[in-house]
Design a protein around this ligand. Sequence first.
Ligand code: PMP
Length: 381
Amino acid sequence: MRPVYLDYNATTPVDPRILEAMSRYYEQEPGNAGSRTHVYGQAAEAAVALARKRVARLLDADPEEIVFTSGATESNNTAFFGLEAYGRTEGRLHILASAIEHASVLDPLRVLRGRGFEVELVPVTPGGYVQPDEVARRLRPDTLLVSLMHANNETGVRQPIRDVASLLSGTGVLLHTDAAQTFGKDVEDLRAAGCDLISISAHKTYGPKGVGALYVRRHHGRRPPLSPLLYGGGQEWGLRSGTVPVPLVVGLGMAAELARTEHLSRRKADHAVRLAFLKTLERVDHTINGEPDRTQPHVLNVCFPGVDGEALMLALRDSLAFSNGAACSAARYTRSHVLQAMGLDDDHIASSVRFSWGPGVVSIPFDDLIEAVRSLRGSGL
Ligand code: PMP
């Protein structure tokens, strides 16, 4: 028996329907979407066009606004480094980002800082969200961009992206959001957000790993002035050269299509698991990290005071698979910068873990969790 998988924010299992849609393009359709001279290329091109339409539909966008990439990391990097030249030409060298962004936002911004940009991190409340006023009062005439994630990967706390979009409206400041954790989930909020650039990924919403997209908004028929990171065959309107990975893109398109029809029922199922989880947690001393009213229904970041998070994961390794933060930074053994930004102290952070789930999770061995928390607390670990 393998442990129950409760690390959906790191990555989700692939929906069998998505796998089936993809497998046709591995097994029967070998074409390159750029090959115009034969039926194989045309079939691949049609599949890519359909996937683009599906992704666009979920974002309320035009298909021409979707640039396929290898995932949210590449989309984030493309957004920032792609705007570098424009920022210099316009004399806009000031960038705002929240303090709780993912490493694939913070690291490229650190590089831009080293190249002369002024990057300011906007603080968050103890509840784990940015207050729009904190953005407003940092805006300057030379601000190029605000980057605010749509929901945080460690806490599930949604950020007020719509309010920030309206305060930036008409200022010439571009708005980017890393929606890796909300694409296909917080569908309505993302549609209405009015962002210039949106990074998405397939593997957080039951699609394959290794594919995502950057939404690049057209304004009066013009795109934001992005330069490509990769040069070559000129695919994706010259913004992302490289042979389009047709089966992966088909998978992303299918993930978007299933999310369109199923996101509300999934949310309901996620919420039911949440209620059961919260009821279970009443049996032991704990606190929830992040403002509950703003948290996605499939995420719980919990502190068990007096219990070491690492020891808890180890004690439950045969029963529950979960994490203590972002999978990408888990390898680095650093204290969560997200929980730190929320003002939580080191002991609290060391006792915090993240559970995240999806509709595939039916039964959770809650008694094991409670027993492990009690016994570790008793042992002082
Ligand atoms: N941003 C956020 C908020 C994420 O959670 C992740 C995945 N851990 C990424 C970006 C990176 O996405 P990808 O794996 O598609 O590169």
